[in-house]
Design a protein around this ligand. Sequence first.
Ligand code: DO4
Ligand code: MG
Length: 285
Amino acid sequence: MPMSNYKVYKFLDQIVVHSGSQYSVPNIPWDDFVNRNGLNHFISKNFNDWKSIDEVAFNSNQILAPIGHQELWASGVTYMRSKEARMEESKKSHGDYFYEKVYDADRPELFFKAAAHRVVGSNDIVNIRRDSIWNVPEPELTLFISSEGTIEGYTIGNDMSSRSIEGENPLYLPQAKSYDRSAAIGPCLYVPYSPLSLESKIELIIKRNDAEVFAGAIAINQMKRQLTELVEYLFLECSFAYGCYLMTGTGIIPHDDFTLQPGDEVRISIENIGTLINTVGMKAN
Ligand code: DO4
Ligand code: MG
């Protein structure tokens, strides 16, 4: 059996699996397809037997977020940059102590980010809140974990965040983090033969009127915690019938005088997975 890496794309009516120059269409519903221990092995075994399509039939404009009935969870304060920026923004509310403490604690910060209907895919719109004056994207490696707790794949995540609401009071975290279009994942679920290299870089570029207004990068190995450690804590008292997604925290936060504006383009890339591209929007009044 070949040792191949696969990119799994979700469309309205089908899944397309891409490897090398081949595109295959398994006739299996999304939740059944992805939620298995040994996803790479399963794809390798069946890839050549599924219906194949050519590149022209693969319409990248119609790709959806790679999510069905999975919950999207997130980890926090897993990189030094996140700890420092949050301590600074919450000083006035005396919340800084909690960020300092959680960075070194055995138990990581984990929170429920979004149900699937609040999540968008690549080339879609992510929102900033109308009641927030300071907003940033958070570019994060995002794990796909089977219901057995095994890491089966990776995608790129954008954990949109309101720094003004979280900074006002850490107890406002759910409002700063979870609202319509507050999360983007995609463009695909990457299912490699062996675990993603921790040397892989996460890159963030923000463009305004086609000009770059922010760029930053960090390697995944700068994370304070192990990926398996985050998964173990998440699965301690939660079960996931369809598997789940887990964002692993941000190591890139723009300087304090930066806030997103409607119309900005956010591009997040991770080596081997691809680029997640979203335009910033806001609900109409
Ligand atoms: O502590 C609040 C959230 C942290 C977070 O989202 C991150 O570090 O990425
Ligand atoms: Mg985050």
